[in-house]
Ligand binder design. Sequence first.
Ligand code: HEM
Length: 418
Amino acid sequence: MAEAAAKLPPIEQLYNPNSQEYMNDPVPQCLALAKRGKLVWYEPWQAWIMTRMPDIMDCWKHEPLSSDFYDWEFAPKRPPEDQWSNFERAMIGHSLLADHGHHRLVRRVTAPAFSRNVVDAIQRKIEPDVKRLFDELGEPESFDYIDMIANHIPFISITRMVGIPEKYWPDIKQVILTFTETWNPTISEEQRESARQDSNRAILIIKEVIAERRNAPQQDDFLSTLLKIEAENEGFEEGDIITLILALIGAGADTTLVAQQWSVYALLKNKDQVATALATPDAFSNAFSEINRWGVSSKMGFARYAPQDMELLGQKLRKGVMVLMMPHLKDYDPEYYDDPKTFDAQRVFNPDVLFGYGPRYCIGAALAKRQLYLTISELFKRFPDVELAEEPERDASDHNAIVFKRLLLKTNVAGASN
Ligand code: HEM
């Protein structure tokens, strides 16, 4: 058995998410990786890859590993406390990045800020912005969906969700673009520092908005709800609110952009499913899981770090080593899904783990699905005969997901302008 394993080619020869082959069709590589074992050492990333769903679910649920990027063995060193800027004050020890105990407290007490009423109120605020985007687009013969629509949605959702007044929008726009660079290990130190400065400016704005909202709370408003929670819960303070907002920016911007692209692409490739997928928000919610399964856009999975030297799934892990959980490896595995090549908007997912599971289940799931439903429904309302104008070229530059360089759509509207 050990002899047979020794004869296998190194996994990096079979699996390389940065390769052209992966970008064009990730499925064979994902299946090959999953076959290799439960926990596979991936030399190029100096990381273990967790491949099997029961182990991933267990890790999500019981959290034997850390989610804090600063626990990674190669993370930039934290400056000493007397040199902290607002960025470190917001990022270290607060909210979602803190130890599991504080994280759970934050998730428990902040749940009302993500309740149905608040999400409904946010949706009402986002809807006119989405309609305005399509009004500005007009009725062209063709257009790039990414440039004209998708690129604007993360900014609209985050600013409307948090309730950032329009006077601050030009300043906050930059941080929404660069925030994830503050912990991106693949870019230069200068670029990371510049992103940190953007975040510092954003924190000042968030503090101003918080001060304004303290003076004038609003009904069913996300920030006003958080301020009420702060007043009622010891251990949850303004720093937690700021970190939470930064986390929403960090976790909500890129994911939304990728989701927009793949939703439109998948539905236009499977036009017979559009009516079913968009029949109701709930129908779309299920269809969105199928869009993601069918598309397999993920390159990395979800990172965790060994909090100490430890043993996991029969392997010895050194302190600080990265473990990547990859639930997307199952997406074309016939053991998980019948007829995996077929797009079925009504496919049953049990369990549905697109938004994670357990204590770190996606905070923005309801908002993400609503905002996608709103935008994609508007697209098909305005252009019922819309189709892909070309097979979009895939873009290798995103380190986390397979995305498109552009998504050129033909509207097929009679009398359309150029
Ligand atoms: C559009 C598609 C989205 C998908 C597929 C998605 C998926 C996920 C997943 C799988 C996790 C768990 C990650 C892990 O275990 O490491 C997660 C966490 C999270 N998501 Fe999302 N997400 C999306 C959009 C959003 C949006 C729009 C927001 C904010 C408005 C958001 C905010 C968050 C936050 C803050 C966390 C961390 C929760 C915690 O650590 O307690 N996500 N998301």
